[in-house]
Design a protein around this ligand. Structure first.
Ligand code: 3PG
Ligand code: MG
Length: 413
C-alpha cells in the first residue's frame, strides 16, 4: 500500500492547488541573478502535469534565510517558471493577505502564480510539529483558499517548518512527482542495491560523515565506501597520516576530537570496507603535483585526490552494480584540482551501474562537466539527502504519511 498520496490520487480538474516546492537556488553574489536553476527545472514536471490536468496552481517557496545576502523575492524564479512553461506566471508580492487571496481566487484552470518568499513570515522557520504548525496564521489563512496541498520540496524535506508540514494536518495532501522520484531513487540505492554497491563520500563538510559511513556499512548497504575530499583527509588523519598544517587546521574546524576518535574506531572495526586515497594532489609553483600520502611536504594544503588513487577507485566503480556519490573529491573551483571529481564522475557514467549523485555542489559540478544527464539520477537534496543518509525521518514525508493515514482529512474554514 502506498505510504502517501501522489498526483495519481486526485482529480485536479478545476481544483486550486497550493504547491510547496524547493526552488532555493544558488545566486550570483554581485548580480543576485539565479546561477543554477536546476531545482526550478526539476519541479516543472509536477507543474506541467497539474496545468495539463486543469488545476489552478499557487506556488509557495523560499529563497535564502532572513538576514542572509541570498534572501531575495521570488520574482526571478517566477520568470524562469514562466519561461519553462511557455506562458506568463505572475509573481504576487503577498503570501496570504488580500492581494494574495484576490490573485488566488482570480486564477482560471491551468494558471500558475508564485507567492512571496514564505520566509518573510517570522514564524515560518520555527521548528515545530505538524500539529503546531497547522495552527499558524499561514495555514489557517491559506488552507481555506485551496482544495489540495501538494508538496514537491524534497530539498527542504528535512525541515519541520510551517509551509512544509502544517498543511497536511488540515487538508487533502499529496507528494509531487519530484519528491516521489527522489525517494524512489534513494530506495533503489538503500533497500536492494545491485551489487557491488559503492558509496563515494566527499565534500568539505565533515559533519556526520563518520555516522553515515558506519551506517551504510553496518546496514550492509555499501560493499565499499570510498572517502575523498576534506572528509577523506580527515579519515587519513585518523589513520595517522601527517597532512600538514593547512589541511589539518581545516579538518579541526569541522571535526571534534570525538569525531576523530569515532573515525579511528570505525577504521579499526570496518576498515576493510573503507577505501582512502593513497596519493593526493597539492599545488607547488602554480602546478598540480601528485604525491604519495607518506611523502607529503607539510606546508601545502591537500587540494585533490591523486592520480594513482583515481585509477584504483575507477576500477572499483567499473565493477559496481550501484554507485552513490555525495560531495566532490577535491577543490573543484580550481581547475587542476577538479580532476579527481571529474574522473570519478566519468567513471560512474561509463559504468553499467545504477548511479546517483547529490549533495551540495555535486549536481552543479556534473552540469559543468556535461555529465548531468548521464547519471541514473541527480538528487536536488543537500541537507535533506544527508538526513536521509543518516536514517533520520524526513518531516515532510512524515507529514504526508500522517495525512494519508487519516481516512477522512479534516478541512479548515
Ligand atoms: C536547502 O537548500 O538546504 C533547502 O532549501 C532548505 O534551506 P535551509 O537550509 O535554509 O533551511
Ligand atoms: Mg540548507
Amino acid at each position: 500500500m502506498a505510504e502517501f498520496n501522489t498526483l495519481d490520487d486526485f482529480d485536479f480538474r478545476g481544483m486550486s492547488v497550493l504547491l510547496r516546492v524547493d526552488i532555493n537556488c544558488p545566486l550570483n553574489r554581485t548580480t543576485l541573478e539565479i546561477e543554477d536553476d536546476n531545482r526550478i527545472q526539476q519541479i516543472m514536471p509536477t507543474i506541467k502535469e497539474l496545468v495539463h490536468k486543469g488545476a489552478k496552481i499557487a506556488v509557495l517557496a523560499h529563497q535564502g534565510r532572513p538576514g542572509d545576502w541570498d534572501f531575495i523575492p521570488l520574482d526571478k524564479h517566477a520568470r524562469i517558471i514562466g519561461h519553462l512553461l511557455g506562458k506568463e506566471v505572475p509573481y504576487v508580492d503577498d503570501i496570504f493577505g488580500p492581494t494574495a487571496v484576490q490573485a488566488i481566487r482570480s486564477m482560471a484552470a491551468g494558471d500558475v502564480i508564485v507567492l512571496k518568499n514564505v520566509r518573510e513570515l517570522p514564524y515560518e522557520q520555527d521548528k515545530k510539529t505538524m500539529e503546531e504548525h497547522a495552527k499558524t496564521e499561514l495555514v489557517l489563512s491559506l488552507a481555506p483558499q485551496f482544495d489540495i496541498y501538494v508538496n514537491d520540496a524534497f530539498g527542504a524535506s528535512h525541515r519541520s517548518q510551517a509551509s512544509l508540514v502544517g498543511f497536511p494536518g488540515v487538508m487533502p495532501s499529496a507528494a509531487g512527482r519530484l519528491l516521489e522520484k527522489e525517494l524512489k531513487a534513494l530506495k533503489t540505492v538503500f533497500e536492494d542495491p545491485a551489487r557491488p554497491c559503492v558509496f563515494i563520500l566527499g565534500g568539505a563538510k565533515f559533519g556526520d560523515s563518520v555516522k553515515v559511513v558506519d551506517r551504510v556499512i553496518t546496514k550492509k548497504v555499501a560493499d565499499w565506501v570510498i572517502i575523498v575530499g576534506v572528509t577523506g583527509n580527515a579519515f587519513l588523519k585518523a589513520r595517522g597520516v601527517k597532512l600538514g598544517s593547512p589541511s589539518e587546521d581545516l579538518i579541526s574546524k569541522e571535526m571534534t576530537p570525538e569525531d576523530l576518535d569515532a573515525a579511528k574506531a570505525l577504521l579499526l572495526d570496518k576498515g576493510e570496507k573503507i577505501l582512502l586515497p593513497f596519493d593526493v594532489a597539492i599545488e607547488i609553483d602554480c602546478r598540480r603535483r601528485d604525491i604519495l600520502v607518506g611523502d607529503l611536504p607539510q606546508e601545502y594544503p591537500v587540494l585533490d585526490i591523486g592520480k594513482g588513487s583515481i585509477e584504483k577507485f575507477e576500477k572499483v566503480i567499473a565493477r559496481a552494480g550501484t554507485v552513490f556519490m555525495s560531495g566532490p573529491a577535491g577543490m573543484i573551483e580550481k581547475e587542476p584540482f577538479a580532476y579527481g571529481t571529474k574522473e570519478l564522475m566519468e567513471a560512474m557514467t561509463h559504468s553499467k551501474a545504477f548511479t546517483v549523485i547529490g549533495g551540495g555542489h555535486t549536481g552543479s559540478a556534473a552540469e559543468k562537466y556535461h555529465l548531468f544527464h548521464k547519471f541514473s539520477y541527480v538528487s536536488t537534496g543537500g541537507g535533506a539527502l544527508e538526513t536521509y543518509l543518516l536514517g533520520k525521518p524526513l518531516p515532510v514525508v512524515e507529514a504526508l504519511k500522517a495525512a494519508h493515514n487519516r481516512k477522512c482529512p479534516p478541512r479548515t474554514g
